[in-house]
Design a protein around this ligand. Structure first.
Ligand SMILES: Nc1nc2c(ncn2[C@@H]2O[C@H](COP(=O)(O)OP(=O)(O)OP(=O)(O)O)[C@@H](O)[C@H]2O)c(=O)[nH]1
Ligand SMILES: [Mg+2]
Length: 358
Protein backbone atom coordinates (compact mmCIF):
# COMPACT_ATOMS: atom_id res chain seq x y z
CA UNK A 1 0.00 0.00 0.00
CA UNK A 2 1.44 3.38 -1.02
CA UNK A 3 1.73 6.02 1.66
CA UNK A 4 2.24 9.73 1.75
CA UNK A 5 4.63 11.09 4.38
CA UNK A 6 3.81 14.45 6.03
CA UNK A 7 7.10 16.27 6.49
CA UNK A 8 8.01 19.66 7.94
CA UNK A 9 9.69 21.69 10.66
CA UNK A 10 8.45 21.41 14.26
CA UNK A 11 5.15 23.24 14.80
CA UNK A 12 4.46 23.61 11.08
CA UNK A 13 1.04 22.01 11.66
CA UNK A 14 1.79 18.49 10.38
CA UNK A 15 -0.22 16.67 13.04
CA UNK A 16 -3.05 19.20 12.73
CA UNK A 17 -3.14 18.50 8.96
CA UNK A 18 -2.95 14.75 9.56
CA UNK A 19 -5.91 14.88 11.95
CA UNK A 20 -7.96 17.01 9.60
CA UNK A 21 -7.28 14.65 6.68
CA UNK A 22 -7.77 11.35 8.44
CA UNK A 23 -10.07 12.16 11.36
CA UNK A 24 -7.18 11.00 13.53
CA UNK A 25 -6.28 12.18 17.00
CA UNK A 26 -2.53 12.76 16.82
CA UNK A 27 -1.21 15.10 19.52
CA UNK A 28 -1.27 18.73 18.36
CA UNK A 29 0.66 21.06 20.69
CA UNK A 30 2.49 24.38 20.54
CA UNK A 31 5.90 22.97 21.47
CA UNK A 32 8.43 21.43 19.08
CA UNK A 33 8.68 17.64 18.73
CA UNK A 34 5.16 16.89 19.92
CA UNK A 35 5.26 14.00 17.49
CA UNK A 36 7.86 11.37 18.28
CA UNK A 37 6.34 8.19 16.86
CA UNK A 38 4.77 8.23 13.41
CA UNK A 39 0.97 8.29 13.20
CA UNK A 40 -0.69 6.40 10.34
CA UNK A 41 -4.20 7.07 9.07
CA UNK A 42 -6.45 6.87 6.02
CA UNK A 43 -8.05 9.81 4.26
CA UNK A 44 -11.15 9.42 2.11
CA UNK A 45 -10.90 10.56 -1.48
CA UNK A 46 -13.82 12.86 -2.22
CA UNK A 47 -15.06 11.77 -5.66
CA UNK A 48 -18.13 13.38 -7.28
CA UNK A 49 -18.25 10.54 -9.87
CA UNK A 50 -18.88 8.02 -7.11
CA UNK A 51 -21.63 10.14 -5.58
CA UNK A 52 -23.35 10.50 -8.95
CA UNK A 53 -23.23 6.74 -9.61
CA UNK A 54 -24.48 5.97 -6.13
CA UNK A 55 -27.43 8.27 -6.68
CA UNK A 56 -28.12 6.72 -10.09
CA UNK A 57 -28.16 3.19 -8.67
CA UNK A 58 -29.90 4.22 -5.43
CA UNK A 59 -27.14 2.35 -3.62
CA UNK A 60 -27.65 1.55 0.05
CA UNK A 61 -23.95 2.05 0.70
CA UNK A 62 -21.34 4.36 -0.81
CA UNK A 63 -17.70 3.53 -0.17
CA UNK A 64 -14.98 6.00 -1.23
CA UNK A 65 -11.38 5.17 -2.08
CA UNK A 66 -8.82 5.97 0.61
CA UNK A 67 -5.21 7.04 0.72
CA UNK A 68 -2.75 6.50 3.56
CA UNK A 69 -1.01 9.42 5.29
CA UNK A 70 1.84 9.18 7.78
CA UNK A 71 2.53 11.99 10.25
CA UNK A 72 6.29 12.10 10.83
CA UNK A 73 8.41 13.68 13.58
CA UNK A 74 9.51 17.27 12.91
CA UNK A 75 12.81 18.13 11.29
CA UNK A 76 15.42 20.62 12.45
CA UNK A 77 18.65 21.77 10.84
CA UNK A 78 21.20 19.00 11.41
CA UNK A 79 18.63 16.19 11.13
CA UNK A 80 20.71 14.55 8.41
CA UNK A 81 23.38 13.92 11.04
CA UNK A 82 20.93 12.96 13.81
CA UNK A 83 20.06 16.35 15.42
CA UNK A 84 16.66 16.58 17.10
CA UNK A 85 14.71 13.48 16.18
CA UNK A 86 16.89 13.21 13.06
CA UNK A 87 17.05 9.45 12.81
CA UNK A 88 13.34 8.91 13.37
CA UNK A 89 12.64 11.66 10.94
CA UNK A 90 14.83 10.15 8.22
CA UNK A 91 13.41 6.65 8.76
CA UNK A 92 9.88 8.03 8.47
CA UNK A 93 10.71 9.83 5.24
CA UNK A 94 12.47 6.81 3.77
CA UNK A 95 9.37 4.64 4.23
CA UNK A 96 7.07 7.08 2.44
CA UNK A 97 6.39 6.77 -1.30
CA UNK A 98 5.75 10.47 -1.76
CA UNK A 99 6.04 13.53 0.48
CA UNK A 100 3.74 16.34 1.56
CA UNK A 101 5.93 19.19 2.75
CA UNK A 102 4.07 21.33 5.29
CA UNK A 103 5.45 24.87 5.16
CA UNK A 104 4.38 27.30 7.85
CA UNK A 105 3.03 30.71 6.97
CA UNK A 106 0.68 31.29 9.93
CA UNK A 107 1.82 33.80 12.54
CA UNK A 108 1.20 32.91 16.18
CA UNK A 109 3.49 34.16 18.91
CA UNK A 110 2.42 31.30 21.17
CA UNK A 111 3.74 28.74 18.73
CA UNK A 112 7.55 28.63 18.48
CA UNK A 113 9.00 28.88 14.98
CA UNK A 114 9.26 31.08 11.91
CA UNK A 115 6.56 31.84 9.42
CA UNK A 116 8.30 32.17 6.07
CA UNK A 117 7.31 29.11 4.04
CA UNK A 118 10.14 29.62 1.53
CA UNK A 119 12.57 29.50 4.44
CA UNK A 120 10.97 26.28 5.75
CA UNK A 121 11.36 24.76 2.31
CA UNK A 122 15.06 25.65 2.18
CA UNK A 123 15.77 24.15 5.63
CA UNK A 124 13.86 20.96 4.84
CA UNK A 125 15.40 20.46 1.45
CA UNK A 126 18.92 21.08 2.68
CA UNK A 127 18.65 18.26 5.23
CA UNK A 128 17.11 15.89 2.71
CA UNK A 129 19.81 16.79 0.17
CA UNK A 130 22.59 16.22 2.72
CA UNK A 131 21.17 12.82 3.67
CA UNK A 132 20.95 11.86 -0.02
CA UNK A 133 24.47 13.08 -0.75
CA UNK A 134 25.74 10.80 2.04
CA UNK A 135 23.79 7.85 0.60
CA UNK A 136 25.12 8.42 -2.92
CA UNK A 137 28.66 8.80 -1.65
CA UNK A 138 28.47 5.52 0.25
CA UNK A 139 27.19 3.69 -2.86
CA UNK A 140 28.91 5.19 -5.86
CA UNK A 141 32.28 3.47 -5.64
CA UNK A 142 30.71 0.07 -4.95
CA UNK A 143 28.48 0.48 -7.98
CA UNK A 144 31.43 1.60 -10.13
CA UNK A 145 33.28 -1.57 -9.21
CA UNK A 146 30.23 -3.70 -9.89
CA UNK A 147 29.82 -2.00 -13.27
CA UNK A 148 33.35 -3.01 -14.31
CA UNK A 149 32.28 -6.64 -14.04
CA UNK A 150 28.76 -6.13 -15.38
CA UNK A 151 28.43 -3.67 -18.25
CA UNK A 152 24.63 -3.50 -17.86
CA UNK A 153 25.14 -1.41 -14.71
CA UNK A 154 26.84 1.42 -16.62
CA UNK A 155 23.67 3.51 -16.90
CA UNK A 156 23.04 3.18 -13.16
CA UNK A 157 26.51 4.60 -12.49
CA UNK A 158 25.82 7.47 -14.89
CA UNK A 159 22.58 8.20 -12.99
CA UNK A 160 24.42 8.11 -9.64
CA UNK A 161 27.04 10.50 -10.98
CA UNK A 162 24.35 12.86 -12.21
CA UNK A 163 22.64 12.64 -8.80
CA UNK A 164 25.92 13.33 -7.02
CA UNK A 165 26.46 16.47 -9.10
CA UNK A 166 23.00 17.95 -8.48
CA UNK A 167 23.05 17.09 -4.78
CA UNK A 168 26.46 18.69 -4.36
CA UNK A 169 25.00 21.80 -5.94
CA UNK A 170 22.30 21.68 -3.21
CA UNK A 171 19.46 20.71 -5.55
CA UNK A 172 16.90 18.07 -4.54
CA UNK A 173 16.58 15.36 -7.21
CA UNK A 174 12.86 16.03 -7.67
CA UNK A 175 13.65 19.54 -8.85
CA UNK A 176 16.75 18.64 -10.87
CA UNK A 177 17.23 18.10 -14.59
CA UNK A 178 17.49 14.30 -14.16
CA UNK A 179 15.01 12.63 -16.50
CA UNK A 180 12.44 9.96 -15.62
CA UNK A 181 14.77 7.12 -16.74
CA UNK A 182 17.58 8.31 -14.50
CA UNK A 183 15.21 8.81 -11.60
CA UNK A 184 13.97 5.25 -12.09
CA UNK A 185 17.51 3.90 -12.07
CA UNK A 186 18.01 5.61 -8.69
CA UNK A 187 14.95 3.92 -7.12
CA UNK A 188 16.94 1.08 -5.48
CA UNK A 189 18.86 3.67 -3.43
CA UNK A 190 15.69 5.07 -1.77
CA UNK A 191 16.87 8.65 -2.04
CA UNK A 192 14.68 11.04 -0.06
CA UNK A 193 14.62 13.81 -2.65
CA UNK A 194 13.78 11.37 -5.45
CA UNK A 195 10.22 11.03 -4.13
CA UNK A 196 7.41 13.07 -5.68
CA UNK A 197 6.46 16.14 -3.66
CA UNK A 198 3.31 18.08 -2.83
CA UNK A 199 3.79 21.33 -0.90
CA UNK A 200 1.11 22.50 1.54
CA UNK A 201 1.47 26.07 2.76
CA UNK A 202 -0.19 26.33 6.18
CA UNK A 203 -1.94 29.70 6.15
CA UNK A 204 -3.32 31.54 9.16
CA UNK A 205 -7.05 32.25 9.27
CA UNK A 206 -6.17 35.93 9.00
CA UNK A 207 -4.10 35.42 5.82
CA UNK A 208 -6.91 34.60 3.42
CA UNK A 209 -6.47 37.95 1.63
CA UNK A 210 -2.70 37.44 1.08
CA UNK A 211 -3.00 33.70 0.45
CA UNK A 212 -2.33 33.85 -3.30
CA UNK A 213 0.84 35.90 -2.91
CA UNK A 214 2.20 33.63 -0.16
CA UNK A 215 1.48 30.47 -2.14
CA UNK A 216 2.94 32.00 -5.30
CA UNK A 217 6.27 32.67 -3.57
CA UNK A 218 6.60 28.93 -2.90
CA UNK A 219 5.34 27.97 -6.37
CA UNK A 220 7.93 30.30 -7.96
CA UNK A 221 10.64 28.66 -5.88
CA UNK A 222 9.78 25.08 -6.91
CA UNK A 223 9.07 26.17 -10.49
CA UNK A 224 6.63 23.45 -11.48
CA UNK A 225 8.47 20.52 -9.86
CA UNK A 226 5.74 20.18 -7.22
CA UNK A 227 2.11 21.14 -6.84
CA UNK A 228 1.67 23.85 -4.18
CA UNK A 229 -1.60 24.21 -2.25
CA UNK A 230 -2.50 26.82 0.37
CA UNK A 231 -4.48 25.41 3.29
CA UNK A 232 -5.62 27.10 6.46
CA UNK A 233 -5.03 23.92 8.41
CA UNK A 234 -6.42 24.99 11.77
CA UNK A 235 -9.54 26.47 10.22
CA UNK A 236 -10.16 23.41 8.09
CA UNK A 237 -9.44 21.09 11.01
CA UNK A 238 -12.15 22.88 12.96
CA UNK A 239 -14.47 22.73 9.95
CA UNK A 240 -13.82 19.00 9.64
CA UNK A 241 -15.41 18.52 13.07
CA UNK A 242 -18.71 20.04 11.93
CA UNK A 243 -21.66 18.41 10.20
CA UNK A 244 -21.57 18.48 6.38
CA UNK A 245 -24.06 21.33 6.29
CA UNK A 246 -22.32 23.51 8.86
CA UNK A 247 -18.96 22.89 7.22
CA UNK A 248 -20.21 23.93 3.78
CA UNK A 249 -21.73 27.04 5.30
CA UNK A 250 -18.52 28.00 7.12
CA UNK A 251 -16.12 27.32 4.23
CA UNK A 252 -18.30 28.83 1.54
CA UNK A 253 -18.95 31.83 3.78
CA UNK A 254 -15.20 32.42 3.81
CA UNK A 255 -14.96 31.99 0.04
CA UNK A 256 -13.10 28.68 0.42
CA UNK A 257 -15.54 26.54 -1.60
CA UNK A 258 -15.35 22.90 -0.57
CA UNK A 259 -12.19 23.76 1.38
CA UNK A 260 -8.66 22.72 0.41
CA UNK A 261 -8.53 19.33 2.14
CA UNK A 262 -10.27 17.37 -0.64
CA UNK A 263 -7.76 18.86 -3.08
CA UNK A 264 -4.86 17.82 -0.87
CA UNK A 265 -6.15 14.24 -0.82
CA UNK A 266 -6.75 14.14 -4.57
CA UNK A 267 -3.30 15.59 -5.27
CA UNK A 268 -1.73 13.03 -2.92
CA UNK A 269 -3.59 10.19 -4.61
CA UNK A 270 -2.33 11.23 -8.02
CA UNK A 271 1.19 11.85 -6.79
CA UNK A 272 1.30 8.24 -5.62
CA UNK A 273 0.32 7.11 -9.13
CA UNK A 274 -3.07 5.88 -7.93
CA UNK A 275 -6.18 5.75 -10.10
CA UNK A 276 -9.81 4.83 -9.47
CA UNK A 277 -12.22 2.36 -10.96
CA UNK A 278 -15.80 2.05 -9.81
CA UNK A 279 -18.48 -0.54 -9.20
CA UNK A 280 -22.12 0.33 -8.81
CA UNK A 281 -25.34 -1.47 -7.89
CA UNK A 282 -28.32 -1.17 -5.55
CA UNK A 283 -26.39 -2.67 -2.63
CA UNK A 284 -23.28 -0.59 -2.98
CA UNK A 285 -21.39 1.90 -5.11
CA UNK A 286 -17.70 1.87 -4.49
CA UNK A 287 -14.47 3.51 -5.63
CA UNK A 288 -11.48 1.16 -5.79
CA UNK A 289 -7.83 1.99 -6.13
CA UNK A 290 -5.61 0.72 -8.91
CA UNK A 291 -2.08 1.58 -9.92
CA UNK A 292 -1.77 3.47 -13.19
CA UNK A 293 -1.39 0.86 -15.95
CA UNK A 294 -3.05 -2.05 -14.10
CA UNK A 295 -4.91 -4.63 -16.20
CA UNK A 296 -8.44 -5.95 -15.62
CA UNK A 297 -7.54 -9.14 -13.66
CA UNK A 298 -5.37 -7.15 -11.24
CA UNK A 299 -8.27 -4.77 -10.66
CA UNK A 300 -10.59 -7.74 -10.13
CA UNK A 301 -8.11 -8.88 -7.47
CA UNK A 302 -8.46 -5.57 -5.65
CA UNK A 303 -12.13 -6.47 -5.09
CA UNK A 304 -11.46 -10.08 -4.11
CA UNK A 305 -8.68 -12.57 -4.83
CA UNK A 306 -11.29 -15.08 -6.16
CA UNK A 307 -12.24 -12.59 -8.86
CA UNK A 308 -8.65 -12.47 -10.06
CA UNK A 309 -8.10 -16.21 -9.82
CA UNK A 310 -11.27 -17.07 -11.71
CA UNK A 311 -11.27 -14.02 -14.01
CA UNK A 312 -13.11 -14.61 -17.28
CA UNK A 313 -13.86 -11.13 -18.57
CA UNK A 314 -14.87 -7.64 -17.49
CA UNK A 315 -17.86 -5.66 -18.64
CA UNK A 316 -16.75 -2.05 -18.83
CA UNK A 317 -18.21 1.37 -19.43
CA UNK A 318 -16.79 4.80 -18.60
CA UNK A 319 -18.61 6.48 -15.70
CA UNK A 320 -19.93 9.49 -17.62
CA UNK A 321 -21.36 7.37 -20.41
CA UNK A 322 -23.11 5.16 -17.86
CA UNK A 323 -24.52 8.19 -16.11
CA UNK A 324 -25.88 9.51 -19.43
CA UNK A 325 -27.62 6.19 -20.08
CA UNK A 326 -29.06 6.17 -16.57
CA UNK A 327 -28.56 2.55 -15.51
CA UNK A 328 -26.41 -0.54 -15.91
CA UNK A 329 -29.32 -2.51 -17.42
CA UNK A 330 -29.99 0.21 -19.96
CA UNK A 331 -26.29 0.21 -20.93
CA UNK A 332 -26.48 -3.54 -21.41
CA UNK A 333 -29.72 -3.35 -23.44
CA UNK A 334 -28.34 -0.82 -25.90
CA UNK A 335 -25.08 -2.72 -26.23
CA UNK A 336 -22.81 -0.10 -24.69
CA UNK A 337 -21.05 -2.38 -22.21
CA UNK A 338 -17.68 -3.32 -23.64
CA UNK A 339 -16.46 -6.85 -23.07
CA UNK A 340 -12.78 -6.76 -22.15
CA UNK A 341 -10.31 -9.57 -21.58
CA UNK A 342 -7.31 -10.07 -19.34
CA UNK A 343 -5.08 -7.69 -21.30
CA UNK A 344 -7.36 -4.70 -20.90
CA UNK A 345 -5.67 -1.75 -19.19
CA UNK A 346 -8.26 -0.22 -16.88
CA UNK A 347 -8.45 3.59 -17.03
CA UNK A 348 -9.38 6.08 -14.34
CA UNK A 349 -13.17 6.37 -14.16
CA UNK A 350 -14.03 2.98 -15.67
CA UNK A 351 -17.02 1.20 -14.15
CA UNK A 352 -16.50 -2.56 -14.07
CA UNK A 353 -18.44 -5.73 -13.55
CA UNK A 354 -16.24 -8.82 -13.33
CA UNK A 355 -17.33 -12.21 -14.70
CA UNK A 356 -15.47 -15.01 -12.96
CA UNK A 357 -15.58 -18.68 -12.20
CA UNK A 358 -13.83 -20.45 -9.33
N1 LIG B 1 -2.78 29.91 14.47
C1 LIG B 1 -2.61 28.71 13.89
N2 LIG B 1 -2.05 27.75 14.62
C2 LIG B 1 -1.85 26.55 14.04
C3 LIG B 1 -2.21 26.28 12.69
N3 LIG B 1 -1.89 25.00 12.41
C4 LIG B 1 -1.35 24.50 13.54
N4 LIG B 1 -1.33 25.43 14.53
C5 LIG B 1 -0.86 25.28 15.89
O1 LIG B 1 0.52 25.03 15.85
C6 LIG B 1 0.90 24.14 16.90
C7 LIG B 1 1.68 22.99 16.32
O2 LIG B 1 0.81 22.17 15.51
P1 LIG B 1 1.15 20.64 15.30
O3 LIG B 1 0.16 20.12 14.33
O4 LIG B 1 1.32 19.94 16.59
O5 LIG B 1 2.58 20.80 14.59
P2 LIG B 1 3.56 19.64 14.10
O6 LIG B 1 4.09 20.10 12.79
O7 LIG B 1 2.89 18.33 14.13
O8 LIG B 1 4.70 19.76 15.20
P3 LIG B 1 5.73 18.63 15.74
O9 LIG B 1 5.01 17.33 15.87
O10 LIG B 1 6.14 19.18 17.07
O11 LIG B 1 6.85 18.60 14.77
C8 LIG B 1 -0.38 23.73 17.59
O12 LIG B 1 -0.53 24.52 18.76
C9 LIG B 1 -1.45 24.07 16.58
O13 LIG B 1 -2.67 24.39 17.22
C10 LIG B 1 -2.82 27.33 11.95
O14 LIG B 1 -3.19 27.18 10.77
N5 LIG B 1 -2.99 28.54 12.60
MG1 LIG C 1 3.31 16.65 15.15
Amino acid sequence: MERLGIVGLPNAGKSALFNALTGGSALVAPHPFSTTETNVGMARVHDPRLLALSEMSESKKTVPATVEFVDIAGLVAGASTGEGLGNRFLAGVREADALTLVLRAFVDENVVGGHDPVDDLAVLELELVLADAATVESQINKRRKAARADKSLASEVVALEAAEAVLQAGTPIYRSNLDADQRNLLKPFFLLTNKPVLAVVNLGEDQVAEADAIVKAVADEVAGAAEVLGVSVQLEAEAAQLSDEERTELLEGLGLGEGALPRVVRAAYHLLGLRTFLTTGDKESRAWTLRAGAKAPECAGVIHSDLQRGFIRAEVIHWDELLDLGSWNKAKEVGRLRVEGKDYEVVDGDVLEIRFNV
